[in-house]
Design a protein around this ligand. Structure first.
Ligand SMILES: [Zn+2]
Ligand SMILES: [Zn+2]
Length: 274
């Protein structure tokens, strides 16, 4: 099984209340070799007045201070690696690059939580994202923005939950059909692979949409295009989800003939045989 859960949120994220100490203890109990913290930071996130606490702004200095202390405290029990999940959209790409260079991260997930800095039509979480256009058009815009983001910043190592809108599409009968997006996803992957960046298997999808992100057809294309870097993460926001669905993710990678998965240290990929 995997030696780490590479996508975990603590109370440093606006949408989690989990204490970092509990995460460390859970990872030790589960027999992981490393603990990864990948808390949210979404630069210039548009705050919804109905939900002002969800600002997704990370206090980087407090984060590094706390996690560095814990790293020292637990050094004989488990290695802590400090990551972040940075939200990327074209308007903030330069700021993402700067932040990524300003702190000694081990690992940076770049994620599209927004296609632009607008609550009305930039956030796939809200039904308004899908209004006034077909679901296919909405998803295509999401993938197009991801493909664009890759050209705008190097401030990330792997791209997170690459088919994220599937989680939130209000039309629950709408089925994802890879062919409707394969042209854009191919461009996205070619750019990503050329830059030496990877993707993740995000097992949070299993409980939300019935399978891990990304859809198996997307993973197959990644493999066909020569993509080799894959991290595995639960996107847990509380300890009970740490390592969730890892047996399913492991089987999937074996089934698709991937030979390795990756973990990161000092923003460099380490390849672990499957
Ligand atoms: Zn995310
Ligand atoms: Zn996350």
């Amino acid at each position: 099984m995997f030696i780490a859960d590479c996508h975990v949120h603590s109370c440093f994220s606006s949408d989690s209340n989990e204490k970092p100490e509990n995460i460390i203890i859970t990872c030790i109990d589960k027999g992981f070799k490393y603990v990864y913290f990948t808390d949210h930071h979404d630069t210039d996130f548009p705050i919804n007045p109905e939900n002002p606490d969800m600002d997704f702004q990370l206090d980087f200095d407090a984060y590094f201070s706390k996690l560095s202390d814990l790293k020292e405290q637990y050094k004989n029990k488990i290695e802590i690696r400090i990551g972040v999940e940075q939200g990327i959209c074209p308007e903030v790409a330069d700021k993402v690059s700067k932040l990524s260079d300003s702190y000694p991260f081990d690992f940076i997930i770049g994620s599209s939580h927004l296609t632009n800095l607008s609550i009305e039509n930039g956030d796939p979480y809200y039904p308004s994202f899908y209004e006034g256009r077909t679901n296919v058009e909405a998803y295509r815009e999401y993938f197009k923005t991801e493909a664009e983001n890759v050209t705008l910043t190097d401030g990330f190592d792997i791209y997170g939950h690459i088919d994220y809108p599937i989680r939130y599409c209000p039309d629950k009968t709408f089925k994802f059909n890879f062919k409707d997006y394969s042209d854009i996803i191919e461009i996205f992957f070619k750019r990503l692979i050329e830059k030496g960046k990877g993707i993740e298997i995000n097992t949070a999808g299993i409980s939300k949409i019935g399978y891990a992100h990304p859809h198996i057809d997307i993973l197959k294309m990644y493999k066909e295009l020569g993509g080799e870097i894959i991290t595995v993460g639960s996107d847990a926001h509380s300890t009970e989800n740490i390592g969730f669905g890892f047996d399913i993710a492991y089987k999937l990678l074996k089934e698709l003939d991937f030979n390795y998965y990756s973990v990161y240290k000092d923003r460099k990929a380490e390849f672990i045989p499957l």
